[in-house]
Design a protein around this ligand. Structure first.
Ligand SMILES: [Zn+2]
Length: 151
């Protein structure tokens, strides 16, 4: 359906390098969280906890949340607010577009070449009285076409 852009997801080795550059230690827990995030791509702390438990690792929700928040603050990861109640984290800190399935409250990366650059150029020409633009996110909001297409 959509073209993935796997190059924006850091491998375990790239993750270690990024941590080092940001002055963060490659602790066992951070590496475990990243291992889960490489598979999940977009996930809440609870989803990471469930994935780790599946693999036989026990890490508390608060530790996971702290690690995810710190990685997002350091721009190793990014935050992805959803319309549901969950705070999602994105395994990639690189800007990219998303499909957001609002029925299942899930994200996936989508490759629409040039769209972020195009939007940034368009928006930069505009002035929004009383505001300055902080960021531009491309999010294509969708719902499943077929019944039974739910996760
Ligand atoms: Zn993403």
């Amino acid at each position: 359906m959509s073209m993935k852009a796997p190059n924006i997801i850091p491998t375990a080795d790239e993750f270690r390098t990024i941590l080092r550059r940001r002055g963060l230690k490659a602790t066992r827990q951070r590496l475990l969280v990243h291992e889960a995030m490489m598979e999940l791509e977009h996930a809440s702390a609870e989803m990471v906890k469930a994935k780790l438990e599946e693999k036989g690792h026990k890490v508390t929700s608060s530790s996971i949340y702290n690690i995810l928040s710190q990685l997002a603050d350091s721009r190793v990861y990014s935050r992805r607010p959803s319309m549901g109640s969950k705070m999602y984290f994105d395994v990639s800190g690189v800007k990219h577009a998303h499909l957001y399935d609002r029925e299942n409250d899930t994200f996936q990366n989508v490759d629409v070449p040039g769209i972020s650059e195009w939007a940034t150029t368009q928006i930069k020409r505009r002035r929004f009285r009383g505001f300055s633009v902080e960021d531009i996110e491309i999010e294509i909001i969708v719902h499943p076409t077929k019944k039974g297409n739910k996760k």
